[in-house]
Design a protein around this ligand. Structure first.
Ligand code: KG4
Length: 340
């Protein structure tokens, strides 16, 4: 089964061709970083416009690179939630039109389920059930992946996502946008003990987290340093921030995996590219005898191959988008409405 897949939920337009879920025949990603850098964050209206300009060209490119003809396509999968609503709408509208023109079904895919599926592409032996951490610019979730289309949310952020915390910290420190990767690079030469930063705990909800306090702590450090004319040790602040985010995410993920008892955990999403988090997860999972699957860097960020992969499993489960399929800005990955 060959699937053409489309992703446009935030600031990357992507198209891919996959075969039977896990085999990637092509994967094209067009980043909008150049457009949004000027504003220090994603401007939704500009994101939608850029998706419109890129989506058809990228799809043609994905088909050409995969070396397939249009008549080989069995379905079109698309991110239908969650994300910036105008941006998701571009992908959904394009996918519906393409599916109609090709005479094949359209398969709506939940973006977070797609991130989880990045691990199926990288690890042919990985099958549910497993625990999974998905940490990106807009989401921080700990999931019980009970089956390919059977999810339970064990914990999530109460406010900002981990990626938002990295990006905002980078902005106030003048490091650039999006800041996660730059903070990670800076952190390599810093002292992670130098700046004491808060770690959240939410009483009665062991797997939930909060990153707004951490974000504010870094913003306050930056403002205080500016007002008193002191220089911050940026590599050490970056290292301290990575350590604080890592402590928060890793302790909960490993604890959740221990409680579930599947003996496996996976990690996905842009923030899962962070080297401190990756090292710490591997170490802590190993201590608990849990096998840790780390999605490779090329599939951590937004891409359409992961949407095609998850789309295949949704297809097998009978999920089909109707002609009235709409985009949704918010939707939990364990919701029944993931059948759209
Ligand atoms: O999954 P993703 O590409 O898009 C969303 O669906 O949000 O994640 C983007 C987020 C951004 O916040 C970015 O700063 C962060 O992932 N990120 C990182 C790293 N690389 C990307 N955060 C920490 N360390 C990194 N190495």
């Amino acid at each position: 089964m060959i699937i053409l897949s489309i992703e446009s939920s935030c600031d990357e337009t992507a198209a891919a061709v996959t075969e039977n879920g896990r085999r990637v025949l092509s994967s094209e990603v067009h980043s909008q970083i150049d457009i949004h850098t000027l504003y220090g964050g994603v401007v939704p209206e500009l994101a939608s416009r850029s998706h419109i300009q890129a989506v058809q060209k990228l799809s043609e490119l994905a088909l050409r690179d995969a070396g397939i003809r249009r008549k080989d396509i069995g379905a079109v999968a698309v991110t239908a939630a969650p994300g910036l609503i105008g941006a998701v709408l571009v992908g959904v509208s394009f996918a519906k039109a393409a599916a109609l023109a090709l005479g094949v079904p359209v398969i709506p895919v939940h973006h977070i389920r797609g991130h989880v599926a990045a691990n199926y592409i990288a690890f042919p032996e990985l099958e549910p059930p497993f625990a999974c951490l998905v940490a990106s610019g807009g989401n921080s979730l700990i999931l019980d992946v009970r089956g390919y289309t059977d999810y339970r949310v064990l914990g999530s952020t109460r406010d900002d996502a981990a990626g938002e915390c990295f990006d905002k910290a980078a902005r106030v420190l003048g490091i650039g946008y999006p800041g996660g990767a730059q903070i990670d690079a800076l952190a390599q030469s810093g002292d992670p003990e130098k700046y004491p930063l808060p770690r959240s705990r939410i009483e009665g909800h062991p797997f939930d987290m909060s990153f707004s306090g951490l974000k504010t702590a870094v913003v306050n450090l930056a403002h205080n340093a500016k007002q008193s004319g002191k220089e911050l040790d940026l590599p050490s602040l970056a290292a301290s921030l990575c350590r604080a985010v890592s402590d928060t995410l890793v302790s909960r993920t490993v604890e959740a995996a221990r409680e579930l008892g599947y003996g496996k955990l996976a990690v996905a999403g842009g923030v899962a590219a962070n080297s401190v988090i990756r090292r710490s997860l591997l170490r802590e999972a190993e201590k608990s005898g849990i096998r840790c699957y780390l999605a490779p860097l090329e599939y951590c960020g937004d891409n359409a191959a992961m949407i095609g992969c998850q789309g295949y499993y949704e297809y097998l489960a009978g999920v089909r988008g109707s002609s009235a399929l709409n985009a949704r800005a918010t939707l939990s990955p364990d919701s029944d409405s993931c059948r759209f």
